[in-house]
Ligand binder design. Structure first.
Ligand SMILES: NC(=O)c1ccc[n+]([C@@H]2O[C@H](COP(=O)([O-])OP(=O)(O)OC[C@H]3O[C@@H](n4cnc5c(N)ncnc54)[C@H](OP(=O)(O)O)[C@@H]3O)[C@@H](O)[C@H]2O)c1
Ligand SMILES: *[C@@H]1O[C@H](CO)[C@@H](O)[C@H](O)[C@H]1NC(C)=O
Length: 341
C-alpha cells in the first residue's frame, strides 16, 4: 500500500525548501544513502513523485549525486531534493554528514541503501574490512548519530520513525557455525577479539583468517537483517519511537555487479526476469513511508517473509548489536551512553 499523493503540496514545497529551509509537517525529511545510482536513485525519484517529502541524497561522489538530483528535479520540478557528501568507508565522513548536513533537523526515515558487493579485500581508514564497514558498521554508526533526529520526528508527528535497511536474499548464504543457538556469521577467527558470549558472533574480517568476497557480502547482508530486528527491540518503544525494517529489493541489474564479470554476464542473460530498478526503488521507498509496514520485519520486495533461521535468531541479533557497539566504542567513535534509552 502506498501513501496517497498529497496533490496541493508540490506547489508549496519549493517555497518551503528554498525560502524557509525548514522541515514542516508537510515535508518530512528522508535520508537515502548511496542515492546517486541504482536502487537508491530510483528510491529518491519515487519519493519525489509521491510528494510531501524532503529527500536528502547522501552520496560519496557529490558530483554524481548532483547529477542524479538534477535528473529527478527535471522530472519532478516541484520536489524537494538536496545532496550531501557521505562516504561510509570513513567514520569521520559519517560524523560530518550527521553534523553538517543533518544538524538538528527532525528525520522521519533513514534509508540505508548504500552498499558494496564482492569487492576485493581492503581495509578502510578506520581499519575495518571494507564490505563490513560500508554495509553494516557505518550504517549502525550513522543511525546512532541520527537517533536524536529520528526521535525528534517521532515526538513532532507521533508517527514512528523508520530505519530502512536494504538487505538481500544473499543473507541466506551467510555461513553459520552451527555451534550453539546463536550460530555465527562467516565463521572465521578474524573478529575473534569482538566475540561475545557463548556461541557469539564472529565474522571473518581478515584475509589470513578465511575472508572471502562473497561470504563478506552475504555476512554483511545477514547483519542487515539482524540489525533491523534488534534496533526495533531497542528503540521501538514509546520513549524513542524508532523502528527498523529490512527489505530485499529484488534482483536488479545495477552497478553493484561491477566487481564481478561473471555476475554482470549472468545479469545480461537473465535481465528480462529480473526486478526493474524502478520497481526496486519503489519497494524500498515504500518501506520508509507505508504506514502498514511491520516494525523489525524482513520484506522480500512487498511481501513480509521469514528471514533465514540465523536472521531470526534473537540471540544472534543481540550479539551483533553488542559486537558492533564494542567496535565503535573501543575505537572511540561512539560513547556507550548513546546506547542508553
Ligand atoms: N542489485 C541487486 O540485485 C541487489 C539485490 C539485493 C540487494 N541489493 C542492495 O541494494 C543496495 C543498492 O545497490 P544497487 O544495486 O543499487 O547498487 P549500486 O548502483 O552500485 O548502488 C550502490 C550505491 O552505494 C554507494 N556506495 C558504495 N560505497 C559507498 C561508500 N563507501 N559510501 C557511500 N556510498 C557508497 C554507491 O556509490 P558510487 O556510485 O559512488 O559507487 C552507490 O550509490 C545495496 O545495499 C545492495 O546490497 C541489491
Ligand atoms: C564522480 O561522478 C562524476 C560524474 O558522474 C564522474 O565523472 C567522476 O569520475 C566520479 N568520481 C569518482 C571519483 O568516481
Amino acid at each position: 500500500m502506498r501513501l496517497a499523493r498529497l496533490s496541493p503540496l508540490p506547489l508549496v514545497l519549493p517555497l518551503l525548501c528554498v525560502v524557509a529551509g525548514v522541515a514542516s509537517t508537510a515535508s518530512k525529511l528522508i535520508i537515502v544513502t548511496g542515492a546517486n545510482s541504482g536502487i537508491g536513485k530510483e528510491c529518491c525519484r519515487h519519493l519525489a513523485a509521491l510528494g510531501g517529502y524532503r529527500v536528502m541524497m547522501a552520496c560519496r561522489n557529490v558530483t554524481a549525486g548532483h547529477e542524479a538530483a538534477n535528473d529527478i528535479l527535471r522530472q519532478h520540478p516541484d520536489a524537494c531534493v538536496e545532496c550531501h557528501p557521505l562516504d561510509l568507508a570513513s567514520f569521520s565522513s559519517v560524523r560530518s554528514f550527521a553534523k553538517s548536513a543533518v544538524g538538528g533537523r527532525a528525520v522521519s526515515a533513514v534509508i540505508h541503501n548504500a552498499g558494496v558487493m564482492a569487492v576485493p579485500y581492503r581495509t578502510t581508514v578506520d581499519g575495518h574490512e571494507l564490505t563490513f564497514q560500508v554495509n553494516h558498521l557505518a550504517q549502525f554508526f550513522l543511525t546512532e548519530l541520527l537517533l536524536p533526529n529520528l526521535r525528534r520526528a517521532y515526538r513532532d508527528t507521533g508517527e514512528l520513525s523508520r530505519v530502512v535497511i536494504v538487505a538481500s536474499g544473499a543473507h541466506r548464504w551467510a555461513s553459520t557455525n552451527n555451534q550453539g543457538a546463536a550460530g555465527g556469521l562467516a565463521r572465521g577467527a578474524g573478529a575473534a577479539q569482538h566475540e561475545v558470549g557463548a556461541g557469539g558472533i564472529s565474522y571473518a574480517t581478515e584475509m589470513s583468517r578465511g575472508w572471502g568476497k562473497w561470504q563478506a557480502y552475504a555476512g554483511s547482508k545477514l547483519c542487515n537483517v539482524l540489525y533491523a530486528a534488534e534496533l526495533t527491540r531497542r528503540y521501538g518503544g514509546e520513549d524513542s519511537g524508532v523502528v527498523g525494517v529490512a527489505v530485499r529489493p529484488g534482483t536488479v541489474r545495477t552497478a553493484i555487479a561491477r566487481h564481478s564479470p561473471l555476475l554482470r554476464f549472468i545479469f545480461t542473460l537473465v535481465q528480462p526476469f529480473l526486478t526493474s530498478v524502478e520497481k526496486a526503488g519503489e519497494v524500498v521507498s515504500n518501506a520508509a513511508v507505508d504506514p502498514y509496514v511491520a516494525a523489525g520485519a524482513y520484506y522480500d520486495k512487498d511481501v513480509r517473509t521469514p528471514a533465514s533461521a540465523a536472521g531470526q535468531d534473537m540471540e544472534l541479533q543481540a550479539a551483533l548489536w553488542a559486537v558492533t557497539m564494542n567496535i565503535l566504542v573501543s575505537g572511540g567513535d561512539l560513547q556507550r551512553a548513546v546506547d542508553l534509552g
